[in-house]
Design a protein around this ligand. Sequence first.
Ligand code: DAH
Length: 335
Amino acid sequence: MSTINEQLDSLKTEALSSLNNIINKEELMMWRTKYTGRSSALSSILKNLKDVPQEKRKEIGLLVNDIKKNLELLFKDKDASFDNKIANEIDRNIDISLPGLPVRNGSLHPITIALNKTLKVLSQLGFSSIEGPEAETSHYNFDSLRIPDDHPARDMWDTFWLDSSFNNEELLLRTHTSPMQIRFLEENDPPIRIAVPGKCYRYESTDATHEWMMHQVEILAIDKNVSIANLKATLQSFAYEMFGSDAKIMLRNSYFPFVEPGVEMAVFFRGEWLEVMGAGMVHPDIISAAGYDPNVYSGFAAGMGIERIAMLLWDIDDIRYFYQNDLRFLKKFKN
Ligand code: DAH
């Protein structure tokens, strides 16, 4: 067991080294209480002096008092040095009573907010979210969706090609989220009800309603006895939930190679119809390519543009605002 002298020595070393690490007055007060206060180790040695052998009692008593006095002096010095520091700052014309600079909270990007809202409404309609690759093969992006090489519809989906390839197939940046219809069908059996959010890319010049990068959410529902009435009801419920029950919406016929019949949904916005999604009944060829009898299984699909939805949600007249990183614009959206 260590002698009482050794204990006092190590106590002193500990007190001195922890004093060195102190950076403000509060810490200093705590240090003082810990090492010289009424319940400090030093005080308790003094209180129990009677347990020390008679011949050492006086020596230890003096030693403890000496250490205590020393620590008190060090306390006063350090305390004064903090006071000086503040005085110096006042001397240097730093007004320490001025409020600090506000720390700005970040917030979600409007497209993230619109995407989250879209997925939430879709989940209420029974669609679960799943993501797919942004770098796609032309097999999934085009051919498996019935868009062959020489099909004029490919012009609509001109895109960026990558230098890298996958399994000897050239890769491109997907032009839509529709390829996940095929990927999901390869791995899963009906009933299917999925929503696929993600970025898509097109080689095109930008204008008020077009960007070369945008977000889409694809939906796919496949089961027995799915009809176009189900498609219409789903799209209507979605639109009213997103834009309010007074929103003016229109479904009109359209063409997409992977659906038959195809439609597009437009919402009335600033005196015009703004197309927000393409949709249709999944083409029977796609259902049989997935290994199901198109006389038994049917389904619908849709692909919606999130930037367009965000424009409608907040009455924004130009899609290009979203990616200019102008804080004056971005700050207006609170999650
Ligand atoms: N993929 C189409 C596009 O980007 C949108 C689309 C149209 C998706 C019809 C669909 C659909 O699922 O059925 O232009």
